[in-house]
Design a protein around this ligand. Structure first.
Ligand code: AMP
Length: 263
């Protein structure tokens, strides 16, 4: 079993066996997590991952890993990272290229929870095509919803562990020891894009791109909206009820779409 949160094939782009010896479920769950920045997608992904044993795959983690790497980023990645620090989205082209390099993760026998992808309708279209090519189907698009005031308050107080990526909050979930992660003792830091100017830019991008994305999954009968206010465990309980998973319970059988069905 992999250490929690370390989907090594996802981070490196190589098709390594992330969970040597881990027995995969007989029918894995495959879901995407949608919602505004700071709504708690990463927090919920960690809870859901533990419940259904699916890999948590975050595109934001790919950019943070590139920023933290000792290998100098390519000029294209360097430009993307500068934009991300200002709160902008990476281009569809760049993020789709990153996903294509990791297409093996979409057919992982443990399933997946995609966090942060897709963020736009063109990204959703590419994901759908990749899943169709691999003859696997998405079980749901879980949309975590919360008012802007809640989002801004969560993002401003968020501190993330450099080592295990766990989030803390200065008011709601302060670390026992200032600056240190409760889970692993790693160093906590404030993300560049969690400062007020970048938060405003992120929310504006979110408002512009999200309606088409939600419509995409609504049209396919896959959208599941979850009220993301309250504690992480409140939200998890609501998500569990909405999606209907329970440990050991199989996801619904959703046949892979065939392009001809859209004709
Ligand atoms: P996250 O950790 O999901 O909040 O992602 C951090 C940042 O990475 C985002 O604010 C974007 O700038 C960038 N990013 C992550 N995923 C995507 C995506 N699917 N499309 C465009 N930009 C992305």
């Amino acid at each position: 079993m992999q250490a929690q949160g370390l989907a090594t094939g996802w981070l490196t782009g190589t098709s390594t066996d992330c969970r040597p010896g881990g027995v995969p479920p007989s029918r894995p769950w495959r879901m995407v997590l949608l919602g505004p920045p700071g709504v708690g997608k990463g927090t919920q992904a960690a809870l859901i991952e533990a419940a259904i044993d699916a890999c948590h795959l975050s595109t934001g983690d790919l950019f943070r890993a590139a920023a933290a790497s000792h290998v100098p980023p390519s000029p294209a990645m360097q430009a993307a990272l500068a934009g991300i620090a200002r709160g902008e989205l990476a281009s569809d082209g760049m993020v789709i290229a990153l996903l294509r390099e990791r297409v093996h993760c979409l057919t992982c026998p443990h399933g997946f929870l995609l966090d942060g992808f897709p963020r736009t309708a063109p990204q959703a279209t590419v994901l759908e095509a990749l899943l169709d090519e691999a003859s696997v189907a998405l079980d749901g698009a879980v949309y975590l919803q919360a008012p802007d005031a809640v989002i801004i308050e969560r993002l401003s107080g968020r501190r993330v562990c450099r080592t295990c990526r766990r989030s803390h909050h200065l008011d709601h979930h302060p670390p026992c020891r200032s600056g240190c992660c409760d889970a692993c003792g790693g160093q906590l830091y404030q993300r560049d894009d969690d400062v007020p100017a970048a938060i405003a830019v992120r929310l504006a991008h979110y408002a512009r791109t999200t309606p088409a994305l939600l419509a995409f999954y609504q049209q396919r009968g896959l959208l599941r909206t979850v009220d993301a206010t309250g504690t992480p465990h409140d939200v998890f309980a609501r998500a569990e009820t909405t999606i209907g998973w329970r440990l050991g319970v199989q996801p619904p059988v959703t046949p892979a779409r065939h392009p001809a069905q859209d004709a």
